[in-house]
Design a protein around this ligand. Structure first.
Ligand SMILES: [Zn+2]
Ligand SMILES: [Zn+2]
Length: 143
């Protein structure tokens, strides 16, 4: 499956995506995406590849290591390697032809916007679970 940014300069491909995404309700993701939460999937690095446009990607990293990669032409958030792990963080809205997507976890619910009501469609975490637990929650084996 392919994904691309708003202007199309950055394109990538993912194979074997997990059927579940997570939403993060933290204050940083609100700023980064401009909405109440982000919606992302986690892809094994071996199942992720860039097609074109890496030269258009800019990166912003906060002192806490929160990182936002984005297309410098259109501002779309774009995938980035999940710190030092063997996974990529992929914004779900960039994926073309995604037919179904469930929410597998909701993170940082304790720091949600006061105006947001979070549905109970997936496990809530006041902060963030261990990466291995998150991956388990998003994996097909949990269905
Ligand atoms: Zn772009
Ligand atoms: Zn967040």
């Amino acid at each position: 499956m392919q994904g691309s940014c708003l202007c199309g300069a950055v394109e990538f491909r993912v194979e074997a995506i997990s059927p579940k995404a997570y939403r993060c309700h933290c204050s940083l993701c609100r700023k980064q995406g401009g909405a109440s939460s982000n919606l992302a999937i986690i892809v094994e690095a071996q199942n992720f590849s860039w097609i074109t446009g890496r030269e258009h990607i800019s990166s912003y990293v906060r002192p806490t290591s929160f990182r936002s990669d984005f297309c410098a032409r259109c501002g779309s958030p774009v995938p980035n390697p999940l710190r030092t792990t063997a996974y990529y963080w992929v914004p779900a809205g960039l994926l073309d032809d995604l037919e179904t997507l469930e929410i597998g976890a909701r993170l940082y619910t304790a720091s949600k916007a006061s105006w947001e009501t979070i549905p109970s469609d997936a496990p809530h975490f006041e902060t963030v679970p261990k990466l291995s637990q998150l991956i388990e929650l998003l994996s097909p084996r949990r269905q």
